[in-house]
Design a protein around this ligand. Structure first.
Ligand code: PLP
Length: 457
């Protein structure tokens, strides 16, 4: 008998309080925050779905491993434990630990980017794009057309457009393409997975043209679970085998350990090329630290080594993906438009479709995110014209989509928390026709979503 209730494959070992607040209190908190959810005190948030990055709960085995952390400057046993755990899944020759994913990106693109270079991906994550552009190289997104259509039900909306990739290589010239990247799952494209077939094909194209192929592998385990669930011929495989095959197709990877490695901090760069690794290690020493700890403490390395063994558990992944889908499908069923199919780490609400009476440059995503907080203390994240609307030349152009992302921290909230989120969303749906837009009162020169102050219209 298969029961339908999703139960967490863990029991609670240590708890952190959630402070209950009234709508009246929250109305004041959000005014004090200038209607910017990043400016709230997290103690004033009931269910924090701002991000799944570094916000997950560690297991008792991870906390126990922290006690084993050895803080030797060079050659610590914690480093060897970490390196073995990474290479067990991703058997690259060189493993370079960093404090976060973006540090790995900065080092890689400092080494191989630069003016005149162009780097394609399915969709670059924003820190990846920013680091490429900071090196004066150009970042290009070549995701399949279905990946840009919120309603398309394609099972692998993170796939690279193979025809576009070959076309791009032909036009750009192999000498101008230092690397081809693939983001798994495709975070900026709705947490959508990439198929093994597509990874194999991209790998083959890169081999044919002798261009290195790197994974931005932050959600590798969630991506592997989607492959097992959705791809023909994959359902009997172990997740660890699928992950190793993904690694075998690439020449290297960048990683944020704040995602699937179940850590609160960390990252790494891994690769096979000896000469490039040597350049990267020298850059590492400049900004992160000695190559056997990077930007991390020995205890962090220990916790990540354990996290890497836990995240590939089939029980964990079934619950993880099932719970995110449960939230997304409940919202869709009550008539809230969401990006389909539901991704691995988050549910994306289509605020443009839900609030058609609010013009894009009156920020429907911001209006929805503020109301989710006021009604039920839920903190989501606007991914729309507030985040992307301001162009480098100073003009303001509506974003392609107006989304609100509800990102689910790993192993942190229970199904009753998720049921509460669903109830709050139902209330916000009732209020939707009366919601009003916002204008920006004050904004910084760049990355305005973090610190802008808003006023209601
Ligand atoms: C989070 C993330 C990064 C950056 O990692 P940080 O640890 O936040 O610096 C890069 N790529 C993807 C796909 C991510 O989700």
């Amino acid at each position: 008998m298969e029961f339908k209730t999703i139960i967490e494959p863990f029991k609670i070992h240590s708890v952190a309080p959630i402070t209950m607040t009234s709508e009246e209190q929250r109305n004041q908190f959000i005014i004090d925050a200038g209607y910017n959810l990043f400016s709230l005190h997290s103690d004033d948030v009931l269910i924090d779905l701002l991000t799944d990055s570094g916000t997950g709960a560690m297991s008792r085995n991870q906390w126990a491993a922290i006690q084993r952390g050895d803080e030797s400057y060079a050659g610590s046993p914690s480093w060897l434990t970490f390196k073995a755990a990474v290479q067990n899944l991703f058997p690259f020759e060189h493993i370079i630990p960093t404090h976060q994913g973006r540090a790995a990106e900065k080092i890689l693109f400092t080494a191989i980017g630069g003016a005149g270079k162009i780097i394609p991906s399915n969709t670059h994550f924003d820190t990846t794009r920013a680091n490429i552009e900071y090196s004066k190289a150009e970042a290009v997104d070549l995701v399949i057309a279905e990946g840009k259509d919120p309603a398309s039900l394609h099972p692998f909306k993170g796939n690279m457009d193979l025809v576009a990739l070959e076309d791009f290589i032909g036009k750009t010239g192999v000498e101008n393409i230092p690397v081809v990247m693939m983001t798994i799952t495709n975070n900026s494209g709705g947490g959508q997975p990439v198929s093994l077939e597509n990874l194999r094909a991209v790998s083959a194209i890169c081999k044919k043209y002798e261009i290195p192929f790197f994974l931005d592998a932050c959600r590798f385990a969630e991506n592997a679970w989607f492959i097992r669930e959705r791809e023909v011929g994959q359902s009997a495989r172990q997740i660890i085998d699928i992950v190793r095959e993904m690694a075998s197709l690439a020449d290297g990877m960048t990683m944020s350990a704040k995602k699937d490695p179940l850590g609160n901090i960390g990252g790494w760069l891994a690769l096979n090329n000896d000469a490039l690794a040597s350049i990267c290690r020298n850059l590492l020493i400049l900004t992160e630290g000695f190559p056997t700890y990077g930007g991390l403490a020995g205890r962090d390395l220990e916790a990540l080594a354990v996290g890497l063994t836990e995240v590939i558990s089939h029980d964990y992944l079934k619950y993880r993906i099932g719970s995110t889908a449960y939230l997304g499908e409940a919202l869709a069923k009550m008539g809230i438009p969401v990006v389909q199919p539901i991704g691995g780490h988050a549910v994306y609400i289509d605020a443009k479709a839900l609030l058609p009476h609010i013009a894009p440059l009156q920020y429907p995503g911001q209006a929805l995110a503020v109301e989710l907080y006021r009604a039920g203390g839920i903190r989501g994240c606007e991914i729309g014209s507030v985040m992307f609307g301001r162009k480098p030349d100073g003009s303001e152009v509506p974003a392609a989509m107006e989304l609100v992302r509800l990102a689910i921290p790993r192993r942190t909230y229970t199904q009753s928390h998720i049921d509460y989120v669903i109830e709050v969303c139902a209330e916000v749906l009732r209020r939707a026709p009366k919601l009003k837009g916002f204008r920006i009162q004050q904004e910084p020169p760049a990355l305005r979503h973090f610190t802008s102050q808003f006023a209601p219209l």
